[in-house]
Design a protein around this ligand. Sequence first.
Ligand code: ZN
Length: 480
Amino acid sequence: MEKALFIRRGTRKEVSMEMINMHEKQQFMDDKKLIAIISEAGSAGVSLHADRRAKNQRRRVHVTLELPWSADRAIQQFGRTHRSNQTSAPQYRLLFTNLGGEKRFASIVAKRLESLGALTQGDRRAGPSLSAFNYDSTYGKRALTMVYRGIMEQDSFPVVPPRCSDNQASIEEFITEAKVALVSVGIIRDATVCNGKVAGKLSGRIVDADMHDVARFLNRLLGLAPDIQNRLFDLFISILDVVLHNARREGQLDSGIVDIKGKNIELKEPPKTVHVDSLSGASTILFTFTIDRGVTWESAKAMLDGRENDGAGSSNDGFYESKREWMGRRHFTLALEGSTEGIYKIIRPAIGEALREMPLSELKGKYRKVSSIDKVSKGWQDEYDVSSKQCMHGSKCKVGSYCTVGRRLQEFNILGGLILPVWGTIEKALAKQVYQNHKRIRVVRLVTTNDNQRIVGLFIPNAAVESVLTGLQWVQDIND
Ligand SMILES: [Zn+2]
């Protein structure tokens, strides 16, 4: 929370904002004040739940006046009043008018919460993708740009705008109305009315920064008359649907959930119950998996042979050895030409197919082709074995046992089941981590290879497991 100075009305006494917030919070928890008003910016880390340790144990009613547009922001806001060690769970009341825009927002948030049910009710199946309900996503930005380009007549709309027929006149009418609306809320700037051939036509510009600013669009939308507000919002949503549909069809949809993939994913040990909510009896479960990313010599050889038998291969397909030694070893790879000529897929013994494909020039610069099958098979198997437990940096690695670079077998932890009431505890434990990418909460989805079990939950880095478990244990002790 930022420190700000606040002058109390009447007293002229300067008190820091933080102090006032803490004081007010205490008044609420002590049952001296019955209403707490929080803003998103000022509420980070604040707990207002019906805590067993607080005097005020009344059931909380959490009224949301402004709905957040991203799933994790929503969950954090709701988490302010819904924590472990509470005597009752809060009631959430989403307040909205029946104006189109707001109503739609509310339904979206409701859907989003439903999808989060996958995380809150101990349901292990993956819900619908979070970002489908997240307007301020890459896809939302793309859709908004299409809305604006259509209205500015730089492009045609990919859909017929709401309540327009296919005929050009009705679309032009809509465009004119939309332009007037966008001028009135300051999104179209420098508006002028044209003369001559297109007399009466409105022209102007939308600055680049606004072209994909979804939050600004949605905020300004609420300032418009209901009819045009609804039509613009519906247009945005139907274009977003097209964008999402296309992305899904091309297999590029980023679901907001990171998929963990590996040839071989297995539970390392039976799932552990690490927290039980005293109120609902629902539990939080830690799953520890072993992921094997490697490719055995036999399967690598089979991949190359398969290519050659199909006659699909390129003359540069084959096994390569690195020209330089790295940490005392040369590395082996299998290179196969990908879908683009001259660009090669790189398959390594320890980590399987690399994310990045390599141009032939780079491949030839860094590696030399090996024709001796004996040499390759020995080198490949050796690397496969060494990488099972050791990272690429060898025994002298600075990161130590948590380093996963080039490591074939990895341990991977997912916290599933009931998450919301322990969100704050996890947040705190992760914040203490040394590495930046360990601090962020990430929702991941994983499918086991042996029995096709789908598990959705929070990714817990190996280095943070102990700290998370300690935090949860502490919460449990207070509860019991
Ligand atoms: Zn390392």
